[in-house]
Design a protein around this ligand. Structure first.
Ligand code: SF4
Length: 343
């Protein structure tokens, strides 16, 4: 059996270090290197004696079964293309905000959900990621940031894939991320879904104050179904009911994401329909001007349409923001960096 060091429970790691004939404090040193310093190569762990470093490098499993094969920075975003052991490539994106550094983590290689506006959907679905592979994205991002003395402060499960379609592994990763070695507060972790209602309901019962983000994109069922096939299984009212329950149980405000696409869902009447549906909920609306991807007929909305849409919502007293364009010139939309690398 292959030992997955980074996702083992503490006791299992202790047993492993004892099996190498080492003192307990060596485990603490190794954990410090990996989780606090972002050093992922045993041979670089300077306070370990050289024979131990050599033993670890030669006889134990590697810290990670993933590596960064490309990194591109554009303004506030750095995209890391992460190659997994079976050569699948996923994206992890570091986004710099005023409040910290958020890492957008992929939970699947590809996605089954087929959203019409999404670059990942065009590449199809390959497989679910393991908790190890999600944690690897966090550790690799911290290693990337280490030279500047920085580390990831927030996590968004919003990269490639639908986290609630890979529920067990996504949640196991979250539990490791909020644990003592990564110490990221659950309040700083956001789970983004296209609206898988059973997953939303299950998440509400986990006892974690995670931020839930639901990609809505239309208040009208017919329009939403034309953009998101999942909407056929879960109509808007059913999704909204699950969001209300989530907000009530967790006492957390739920974020509604709305990708604005020119001439499709960006008109004033769409904004008014949205107001009618969500008014009174503990929600925050994040408007995302569509970022064009290759082989798509969709276009970015006009700035005036974005402004009007925002004004309609804020005029009704809704909390609304427009996402600023991080990484729009460097393979900006989700799935594009991977798509280009795999060509
Ligand atoms: S938008 Fe999200 S859920 Fe929809 S296809 Fe893309 S990755 Fe999947």
């Amino acid at each position: 059996m292959v030992l997955d060091f980074i996702t083992l429970a503490h006791e299992e790691r202790s047993a492993w270090i004892a099996s190498l004939g080492e003192q307990k404090y060596r485990l603490q040193q190794i954990e410090e290197w990996i989780f606090k310093q972002g050093v992922l190569d045993y041979t670089q762990m300077a306070n370990l004696p050289k024979p131990l470093r050599d033993t670890l490098a030669q006889q134990s499993v590697p810290v990670l079964s993933a590596k960064v094969v490309a990194a591109r920075t554009d303004g506030g975003a750095t995209k890391l293309a992460v190659e997994l052991a079976d050569t699948q490539v996923v994206e992890a994106v570091i986004m710099r905000y005023r409040h910290g550094l958020a890492l957008c983590v992929s939970t699947q290689a590809g996605c089954k959900m087929g959203c019409a506006f999404c670059a990942t959907a065009k590449g199809g679905f390959a497989r679910n990621l393991s908790r190890h592979e999600m944690l690897a994205q966090l550790l690799l991002a911290n290693a990337h940031l280490r030279a500047k003395g920085e580390r990831v402060t927030h996590i968004v499960l919003m990269g490639m894939g639908e986290p609630l379609d890979n529920y067990e592994e996504s949640l196991a990763f979250i539990r490791i991320a909020v644990g003592p070695l990564c110490s990221i507060s659950a309040r700083r972790i956001s789970v983004s879904t296209c609206g898988l209602v059973p997953g939303i309901e299950r998440l509400a019962g986990e006892g974690l104050p995670l931020t839930l983000t639901v990609s809505l994109n239309a208040a009208d069922d017919e329009l939403r179904q034309s953009l998101m096939p999942v909407a056929k299984a879960y109509p808007v009212n059913v999704v909204l009911a699950a969001m209300h329950r989530y907000a009530e149980v967790t006492k957390r405000r739920v974020t509604i994401e709305y990708v604005l696409i020119k001439g499709v869902n960006d008109r004033e009447r769409h904004a008014r329909e949205l107001v009618q549906k969500i008014k009174g909920g503990n929600f925050h609306v994040n408007l995302i001007p569509y970022n064009p991807v290759a082989n798509s007929s969709f276009e970015s909305p006009l700035p005036a349409s974005v402004r009007t849409f925002q004004e309609v919502l804020s005029g009704e007293g809704m909390a609304v923001t427009v996402r600023r364009g991080l990484g729009t010139t460097v393979q900006g939309a989700c799935g594009q960096l991977r798509g280009n690398l795999q060509k």
